[in-house]
Write a protein that binds this ligand. Structure first.
Ligand code: FE2
Length: 291
């Protein structure tokens, strides 16, 4: 199975986008971000990395071990900008094995509100129109991440649904994944199970008390992972992911980096689950595209 590919330069019919999204739970829209906009964001990312002092951070972000979940550095990152490292970044003596710009797993999770360059990138008219067009009635921007997927060291992201991590009632989270560099099967592109968003939520990652995060099963029936298709994405492509669509990405074993930026949006008309891992200070509510 394949999913249709759209190009933003063709001004695709919103009804056709909506139809494909309802059927597949995913949209692949090439040429959504032009090269100047990509370069501008990549320059800003390089500036942020320049300011990052790896000696201040020892949090490895691992979706296979969820080791970051017990860490206050991760728990407190919902309304700030923090840096997370790859597995294998350090040797046994805590010494970095590669230069700092080669061991970062991601930056998250509130650049879209706290950094003017990220805010502008996240609040374009085209993106706002797309979000409303896909049925979000009162979109709120809740989470942003730079995913580095470094050459040779970039780890896999295991199969998951974004609604596991950013839950609303009803489910409304929508992922906007921007390829800042070419992504294909050899450098860890996304894989998804088209149509499987109709199989419901499988698990939730949430607080069980004020300080403990846990993964809880919701539905024991697992997905048929044989139906996964690669979502090859040339730089500038936007991949839109329904919150219930299972997706993953492989490790990057190539010599090419595969940097992406993701923005997660919920419908503020839906009820935000107060036990979600992502927390905001009261003075930092989720803002919309034009707030
Ligand atoms: Fe995801």
């Amino acid at each position: 199975m394949t999913v249709p590919r759209f190009s933003a330069t063709d001004n695709p019919d919103p009804a056709a986008l909506g139809e494909a999204f309802a059927r597949d739970g995913v949209l692949v829209i090439e040429d959504f971000v032009d090269k100047p906009a990509r370069d501008n964001l990549k320059r800003r990312i390089a500036d942020l990395v320049e300011t990052f002092d790896p000696d201040t951070v020892r949090t490895v972000f691992s979706t296979t071990k969820q080791s970051h979940a017990a860490d206050n550095y991760f728990k407190g990152s919902g309304d700030t900008v923090r840096f997370f490292l790859e597995e294998g970044a350090f040797d046994d003596h805590g010494v970095l094995l590669k230069p700092k710009d080669r061991v970062l797993n991601k930056i998250g999770h509130a650049m879209h509100d706290l950094d003017p360059v990220f805010s502008a990138f996240s609040r374009t008219e085209a993106l706002s129109d797309l979000a409303y067009g896909l049925g979000l009635t009162d979109p709120g921007l809740v989470q942003s991440m730079v995913i580095f997927k470094q050459p040779e060291i970039g780890g896999e992201v295991t199969l998951h649904q974004d609604a596991t991590f950013l839950h609303t009632e009803p489910v409304s989270v929508t992922g906007f994944w921007f390829a800042l560099e070419d992504a294909d099967e050899s450098n860890g592109c996304l894989y998804a199970l088209p149509g499987a968003h109709r199989q419901g939520l499988k698990e939730r990652f949430h607080y069980t008390d004020n300080d403990t995060l846990a993964m809880s099963p919701v539905d024991p029936v697992s997905f048929d992972t044989d139906t996964a298709v690669p979502l090859v994405a040339p730089a500038g492509t936007l991949v839109v992911l329904h919150g219930l669509l299972p997706h993953r990405s492989g490790p990057n074993l190539s010599k090419r980096s595969r940097m992406a930026y993701t923005l997660h949006v919920v419908d503020r008309a839906a009820e935000w689950a107060e036990d979600n891992w992502l927390r905001r200070a009261p003075e930092m509510p989720f803002l919309g595209f034009s707030e």
